[in-house]
Ligand binder design. Structure first.
Ligand code: PSU
Ligand code: MN
Length: 300
């Protein structure tokens, strides 16, 4: 029954048949996270990086009443261009399937799809988390909840810097989600390589896979959050970025932007305020995460 709702691309089917590693890629970053044509360039580039590293990429979305695991170039292009593509978190999957609409999957929905498809590693830019002023808005990304009950390794550059990072880390602890820094003990802040918040350091992809295997052996259902800092030469220092983020958040409050529209609005506003610098950093950090996801996938 599950299988009938999943639709695998040919390359992904072949990889499974030959027992070759596959990584999952989310699509909300394409449809809601970045403007055209940078989004399609990135989507193609990420697939290329995976292939060059001997890994089959499976970008995930919802189309024609199916959860698609692996997309064609045409399908990627559609996700990048069509303004009507919905932003789909886990809770939205059923409705978008029924409506036969096109849905771009966030980290939470992509984790769910990856788990159903048997894919253990997912690469994204930055996960969603606890928004600033969440004590008023209650806005906490479903990504965190999904990490607590879906056994997928999510490779990120930390949580998006527009969020309340200390609260996000606290909430991940409450939810029982292990958070590790790849070759760092400083929680990465998306555009910046560190936030000053301490996390546990891990030095190899092998160790990450081993922890995951132990958790699975014990029947644990939680995922693992790997945070991989943006390479230093591409980062925008935290102190510099904070001013821009404050400006973007003030603008969102004035315009009363809320709910699922908030994250895309803030990311887009930052691209404008920084004259594209934040977009360049976003691209670089995602590429870096795909590279690490490939290394981890090879350990299975
Ligand atoms: N990472 C990026 N850009 C993005 C996202 C992640 O570099 O646009 C998306 C992811 O799909 C993530 C979502 O799951 O933003 C979080 O949205 P929200 O805060 O509404 O849960
Ligand atoms: Mn939200």
């Amino acid at each position: 029954m599950t299988r009938s709702l999943l639709s695998f691309s040919e390359p992904v089917q072949n990889a499974f048949k030959k027992n070759k590693p596959v990584i999952a890629l989310e699509s909300s970053i394409i449809s809601q996270g970045m403007p055209y044509p940078q989004n399609i360039k990135l989507a193609n580039r990420l697939e290329e990086i995976a292939l060059q590293n001997g890994i089959t990429p499976a970008t995930i979305c919802i189309m024609n009443g199916k959860i698609k695991i692996g997309l064609t170039d045409k399908e990627l292009e559609l996700l990048a261009k069509d303004p009507d593509v919905r932003k789909v978190s886990s809770r939205d999957i059923g409705k978008v399937l029924l409506d036969k609409k096109i849905g771009a999957t966030t980290v939470s929905a992509t984790m769910k799809a990856a788990d159903l498809a048997g894919i253990k590693v997912l690469a994204t830019g930055g996960i969603g988390g606890v928004h600033r002023f969440a004590e008023e808005s209650f806005d906490i990304s479903m990504d965190l909840i999904e990490l607590s009950h879906t056994p997928v390794i999510v490779v990120s550059a930390g949580a998006k810097a527009i969020l309340d990072l200390p609260k996000t880390l606290e909430y991940l602890e409450t939810l029982g989600v292990p958070v590790y820094g790849y070759k760092t003990d400083d929680f990465p802040a998306f555009y910046s390589s560190g936030s000053g918040l301490k996390i546990i350091r891990i030095n190899s992809a092998k160790e990450i896979a081993e922890i995951y295997k132990k958790n699975i052996s014990l029947g644990f259902k939680n995922g693992i959050l790997i945070t991989n800092p943006i390479p230093g030469k591409f980062e925008i220092p935290y102190s510099e970025m904070e001013k821009f983020i404050d400006m973007a958040i003030k603008k969102s409050k004035k315009k009363k932007i809320k709910g699922k529209a908030l994250t895309p609005y803030l990311l887009q506003t930052l691209v404008e305020i920084t004259s594209g610098r934040s977009l360049d950093a976003n691209v670089k950090l995602v590429e870096n995460n795909v590279l690490l996801a490939c290394k981890i996938a090879k350990e299975f």
